[in-house]
Each structure stands twice: as structure tokens, then as C-alpha cells.
Write a protein that binds this ligand. Structure first.
Ligand SMILES: NC(=O)c1ccc[n+]([C@@H]2O[C@H](COP(=O)([O-])OP(=O)(O)OC[C@H]3O[C@@H](n4cnc5c(N)ncnc54)[C@H](OP(=O)(O)O)[C@@H]3O)[C@@H](O)[C@H]2O)c1
Length: 296
């Protein structure tokens, strides 16, 4: 399937809607921001570095000089930064029609966030868990808001260990830690969707496909071999990497399609099947309780 962001937004006037996108400085986030701004939406670009934010802003303005853009610096590896960033987003977006939790890191060497969480779980899940919780009033104030978590088919690499989410009692495995964090992104969407159903807010977890972005910055040649052999028959050819205009189409479909998609896990602009452990409602509720405890 090669649906593009332009195909998804064709004919839509989003000039009365506001979206916030984390990781808007690169890859899928930058493409999503560009496309939404081009359709007239007010887009809050969220990224961790101010210089990257202004660069992303100028790129969009070159193409759409009248784009409605706001910039918020926020580092997901620090809960203090998530709190101050969320307050700035709330100020610029009293009504938030879509929150795209897109930022992420992959296969990072062992590390801990400022608050002591394992880096991939802390960045990809806990930072976004807290950001979403803080922005609930703004999401509720919009009619039929959407929350879109960027997950990955990489969630199939590993389940999340709810008894040791921060890798305190096991040897660190960067592949399994990425898989666990992406499983957490799906479980988060499941429980969030259940909690917000009465508010008319729909929540999704998206696999964008294999997309040519800077995400593989922590991979060396051996990592590429390990990853590409996972779950694959050696004789089948690797799929070609998608352009960000194609890769970002599913997250925009989740965020704007006039009829909300009727499932939690989406890929190729369609409802798709996640691993059973990633959509188990009991585990989703357990992760919610655990996340609340961890972010305090
Ligand atoms: N590309 C793929 O094939 C693929 C496949 C499956 C899933 N995904 C998911 O898609 C999402 C977007 O990835 P991408 O491919 O567009 O990668 P990317 O080009 O590396 O973009 C990731 C973005 O996340 C930001 N980010 C990283 N750590 C952050 C932090 N601590 N605080 C705030 N922002 C932070 C990065 O900002 P900096 O530039 O400051 O680091 C960057 O803007 C990720 O969640 C990824 O897991 C991608």
C-alpha cells in the first residue's frame, strides 16, 4: 500500500483544529506536522531541542508561509520537562483535537532517564503517558479528539515485563527493551481508550511500516543483521524502506479520518492485529496503575 499523507488529507479543511506532535523535528513527526499544517491546522510542534524546532518551523514555512505553528521544547527523558512542556502546550491549545505521541528512540545502549527509568521505556512510554495525562482537559475540550501513539511491529520482539519494567533485575537487551516499550505504547492506547470512551476520545497505536528516517542512529551493521533476521525467512527479500510521506499516512488517518477507525492497532491505513499480550485489557490496566505509580 502506498497511501500518502496527501491522500489522507485530500479535501479536508482542518483550519478549526489543533494538533500537537512530539518528535516533530525529524522523520515521521516532521512529515505529519508538515502535512497537517498544509491542510490549515494549527500544529504545535514539540521537540526536545529549540534549534531543531526552529529548523522544522522554517522548513514548513518555506512551503506554507501562512502555516499556523506553535513551538514547544520538551524532553521526554525528564518528567520536569514534560510538566513544563505540557503547560505550554495547554496554553497554546486550549482545545486539542489530536495528540500524536510520535517521538521515540530505538535500540539505545543501556541508560536511565533523569528520573531513573530505563531509557527506551522512559522515553517511549512513560514520558508520553504523563504528557497525555496532563493534556486530558484540552483533549476533552475538543469534540471527538484522538490520541495516536506511535508503536511498531517491533512490539512483536518482546512483551513488557510488568515486574521489571526498568531492567533492574535482568541483563539489559536493547532489542527486547525496544519491543517492550512499543508493547507499552499499545497497552497504553488500550486502557486510555477504555477510560476516555465516554468523552468521545478515540485512542490508537500505529505501526508506520519500515520508514527511511533517522531512527536507526543507534544501530551498527551487526544490529541490522540481527534485526532483519528476526521472525524472517532468510530467503525472503527485505521490504524497501518507505518514504516518510507514505510512512506517516497511518498516523494521520488515525488522527483525522472522519469516521474513527474501529480498532486499536493500525497499520497500512487499516485496523491490524497486534500480539495478544499487547492488547490484553487486564495487562493494559496493570500498566496504567504501574505507570501512575512510577511517574508519581
Ligand atoms: N522509522 C521506522 O521505520 C519506524 C518503524 C516503526 C515505528 N517507528 C516509530 O515512529 C516514531 C517516529 O520515529 P522516526 O522513524 O520518525 O524517527 P526519528 O527520525 O529518529 O524521529 C524521532 C523523533 O523523536 C525525538 N525524540 C527522541 N528522544 C526524545 C526525547 N527524549 N524527548 C523528545 N523528543 C525525543 C527525536 O528528537 P531528536 O532529534 O532531538 O533526537 C526525533 O524528533 C518512533 O516512535 C518510532 O518508534 C518508526
Amino acid at each position: 500500500v502506498s497511501t500518502t499523507t496527501a491522500d489522507i488529507l485530500a479535501g479536508l479543511d482542518l483550519s478549526d483544529r489543533t494538533f500537537a506532535i512530539t518528535g516533530a523535528s525529524s522523520g515521521l513527526g516532521r512529515e505529519s506536522a508538515r502535512a497537517l499544517a498544509g491542510a490549515g491546522a494549527h500544529v504545535v510542534l514539540v521537540a526536545r531541542r529549540s534549534d531543531a524546532l526552529t529548523k522544522a518551523e522554517s522548513r514548513i514555512r518555506e512551503e506554507f508561509p501562512d502555516a499556523q505553528l506553535s513551538l514547544v521544547a520538551l524532553d521526554l527523558t525528564s518528567l520536569a520537562s514534560v510538566h513544563s512542556g505540557a503547560a505550554q502546550i495547554a496554553e497554546r491549545a486550549p482545545q486539542l483535537h489530536g495528540l500524536i505521541n510520535n517521538a521515540g528512540v530505538m535500540f539505545t545502549p543501556f541508560g536511565r532517564t533523569s528520573d531513573g527509568f530505563e531509557m527506551q521505556f522512559g522515553t517511549n512510554h512513560l514520558g508520553h503517558f504523563e504528557l497525555t495525562r496532563l493534556l486530558l482537559p484540552q483533549l476533552r475540550a475538543a469534540d471527538g479528539a484522538r490520541v495516536v501513539n506511535l508503536s511498531s511491529d517491533g512490539h512483536r520482539i518482546a512483551d513488557l515485563d510488568l515486574d521489571d519494567p526498568n531492567w533492574e533485575r535482568r541483563d539489559y537487551d536493547k532489542f527486547a527493551a525496544y519491543g517492550a516499550s512499543k508493547t507499552a505504547n499499545v497497552l497504553h492506547a488500550v486502557e486510555l481508550g477504555r477510560r476516555l470512551a465516554d468523552d468521545g476520545i478515540c485512542c490508537y497505536a500505529v505501526h508506520p511500516g519500515m520508514v527511511a528516517t533517522a531512527l536507526a542512529r543507534h544501530m551498527d551493521a551487526d544490529d541490522v543483521t540481527t534485526m532483519t533476521s528476526m521472525g524472517r525467512d532468510k530467503d525472503t527479500e527485505l521490504p524497501e524502506l518507505l518514504r516518510p510521506e507514505v510512512g506517516a499516512s497511518t498516523q494521520l488517518w488515525a488522527a483525522v479520518s472522519p469516521t474513527p477507525p474501529g480498532g486499536v492497532y493500525l497499520a497500512d491505513c487499516a485496523v491490524s492485529a497486534a500480539e495478544p499480550y499487547a492488547v490484553d485489557p487486564h495487562r493494559a490496566a496493570e500498566l496504567w496503575t504501574l505507570s501512575e505509580r512510577l511517574v508519581g
